[in-house]
Design a protein around this ligand. Sequence first.
Ligand code: URA
Length: 201
Amino acid sequence: MSIQNRLNNIKKTCENCQNCALFERRNNVVFSNGKDSADIMIVGEAPGKNEDLTGEPFCGVAGQLFNDYLKKSGLNRDEFYITNILKCRPTDIERPNKDRVPKQEEINKCIHFLYEQIEIINPKLIVLAGGTALKTLTGKKSIQISKVRGQFFDLNINGKIYKATAIFHPSYLRQYATEVQKEQTLSDLGNIKRIYFSLQG
Ligand code: URA
């Protein structure tokens, strides 16, 4: 079966998923966008309001800022495969308009979709955007972006080793980052760009 068909099958399963309560409030499952044949995969945290309404990852305010950072670094997001740890927007029933961080039990029920995406895409580099992606995929609860950004490390996903790096999450860059951290992100994306071009041969 082709990569595209395999991904479509998982996407269909994901669209019918009722494994956690988030399915009751979702408008759309947000599976991925970008290139199925990408060498570089970007993993964010979870859909927000705009992503839930459109079904596209990183299409809201954080996504716009992310696009700007990529453009400034000479990168085009269409060249990547982009997805999230959670495929449904995390909110609480009492506050359905307020985004919140994913709960561990939601991650546990959803993460197999991401593992399958990674196995099929087989990326040469996984870029973890933000603490949730970093902590979840390294399995290290206290690891910090500010300590490991700029480094390249191995991720063991179901026994297979993938190269990875971590960058500050665009929402963090928008709201809290210092000028130094913004510069660091441009530098990190510059390194990712070099890898991207070296992979293109
Ligand atoms: N933040 C994320 O981590 N992912 C999205 O798709 C949108 C916002």
